[in-house]
Design a protein around this ligand. Structure first.
Ligand code: PYC
Length: 331
C-alpha cells in the first residue's frame, strides 16, 4: 500500500479545499476540515480524510447544505437545542457546545440536542470540549441501520457511537469514543480496502454466517459488541439520539436518505455534568487517587491515552496515496 506524507496543515487544506470546491462556505468547510485534521492527528484514520469522499457526495447530491447556518435556542436554562438546517455536524457543534458548557458550569447538568445535522465523524471532540473546561461529557448519535440486535440478523441499529470524557485538571482527560457495533463500519471498510481480516464476531455475511472477511460483512450486517449487553447500549443510543432529540432513528434515516454514501440526516445528544457542583470540593483529589490506583495496575490503559500521545507528534502523517489522489480529484 503506497502512502503520501502530509503535514497537519496540508491535511486541513486538502479537506477544506474539497469542501469549498463542492459548495461549502468557509464556516462549514473550516469546521469540517478541523475535525478531519484532528482525527488524522490523533490516529483516528476511519474518521479523517477517509470520510471526505462521502462528505463530497453528500454536497454534490444536495443532501447536505454546505452554506447552512445553525440556529441555537435555549429551551430552558439547561436545555439547549441546535438546528443544523442540514449542515455537517461540526458547525452545529461549534455553535452549541460553548452554550452547553456555560449552562453546565452554572447549573450542574445541561443537555444539548442537535437536529438537522449530518454526522459521521468521531464524537470525542464534543466530549473533550467539555472535559477541557472541567466538565464531564457524554455524547451519542444514531446512524443508518447496519447492526443487528443481539440474537438476530436484521439490521436495525446504526453503529451508534457513544463518547464519554472525564476532566483531569492539568492532565489529559479520560475519554473514550466507541461504536456500539463490534467495529465501526469505517474500520471494516478500511480493513476491506487494505486486504485485512477482522475478528470473528464483528459481523455476518449476507447469508447470516459468521465471517472474518470485512467485504462480506460490509455487504451483510455488523453485530453489536458484547452480545446482548452491547445491544442494550445501542438501543439506548437510538433512544437518546433520536427519541430524545425528536430526530430520525437509524431505520428512519435509511428511509429518507438518498443513498449517496454520505452521512444521513440525524440527531445527536450531548450531556454535560459539573463535578464541581455535583460532587463538590475535593472531587479532583478523590478521583485522582482512584486513577493512581488504576494506573498502578500493570498493563492498564487509560481510554484516550493513545490518541493523546499521537497528538503530541505534530509531524507528517502517512495517508493512503489512493485516497489522497481521490480527494485531489474532487477539487
Ligand atoms: O463512526 O460510525 C461512526 C459514526 C456514525 C455517526 C457518527 N460517527
Amino acid at each position: 500500500m503506497s502512502e503520501t506524507s502530509l503535514s497537519l496543515d496540508e491535511i486541513y487544506a486538502l479537506a477544506h479545499d474539497a469542501m469549498t470546491a463542492n459548495g461549502c462556505n468557509d464556516a462549514n468547510a473550516g469546521a469540517l476540515a478541523d475535525i478531519v485534521m484532528r482525527a488524522e492527528r490523533d490516529g483516528s484514520h476511519s474518521h479523517g480524510l477517509f470520510r471526505v469522499p462521502g462528505y463530497v457526495k453528500a454536497l454534490r447530491s444536495g443532501k447536505v447544505d454546505g452554506k447552512a447556518t445553525p440556529t441555537v435556542t435555549k429551551k430552558t436554562p439547561a436545555i439547549i437545542h441546535v438546528d443544523g438546517h442540514g449542515c455537517f455536524a461540526p458547525l452545529a457543534q461549534a455553535a452549541g457546545l460553548p452554550v452547553l458548557a456555560e449552562a453546565t458550569a452554572e447549573i450542574g447538568v445541561a443537555a444539548l440536542s442537535l437536529t438537522g445535522i449530518h454526522h459521521f465523524a468521531a464524537l470525542w471532540p464534543e466530549t473533550e470540549f467539555l472535559a477541557d473546561r472541567g466538565l464531564v461529557g457524554i455524547a451519542c448519535t444514531a446512524y443508518m441501520p447496519m447492526v443487528a440486535p443481539s440474537g438476530t440478523r436484521e439490521k436495525l441499529f446504526g453503529t451508534n457511537p457513544i463518547s464519554f470524557a472525564w476532566p483531569r485538571p492539568g492532565k489529559t482527560p479520560v475519554c473514550y469514543d466507541m461504536a456500539t457495533a463490534a467495529m465501526a463500519m469505517g474500520d471494516v471498510q478500511i480493513a476491506a480496502r487494505d486486504g485485512k481480516t477482522v475478528p470473528l464476531g464483528t459481523g455476518l455475511d449476507a447469508e447470516g454466517n459468521e465471517t472474518t472477511d470485512p467485504a462480506k460483512i460490509a455487504a451483510g450486517v455488523l453485530l453489536p459488541f458484547g452480545g446482548y449487553k452491547g445491544s442494550a447500549i445501542a438501543l439506548m443510543v437510538e433512544l437518546l439520539a433520536a427519541g430524545l432529540t425528536g430526530e430520525q432513528f437509524s431505520y428512519e434515516a435509511k428511509q429518507t436518505d438518498n443513498g449517496d454514501g454520505g452521512p444521513p440526516r440525524g440527531g445527536e445528544m450531548v450531556i454535560g455534568l459539573s463535578p464541581a457542583l455535583i460532587a463538590g470540593d475535593g472531587w479532583e483529589s478523590h478521583v485522582e487517587a482512584f486513577m493512581d490506583r488504576m494506573t498502578a495496575i500493570d498493563g492498564v490503559r487509560i481510554p484516550g491515552a493513545r490518541r493523546h500521545q499521537n497528538r503530541l507528534d505534530t509531524g507528517l502523517r502517512a495517508i493512503n496515496s489512493t485516497l489522497v489522489e481521490t480527494i485531489r480529484g474532487l477539487i
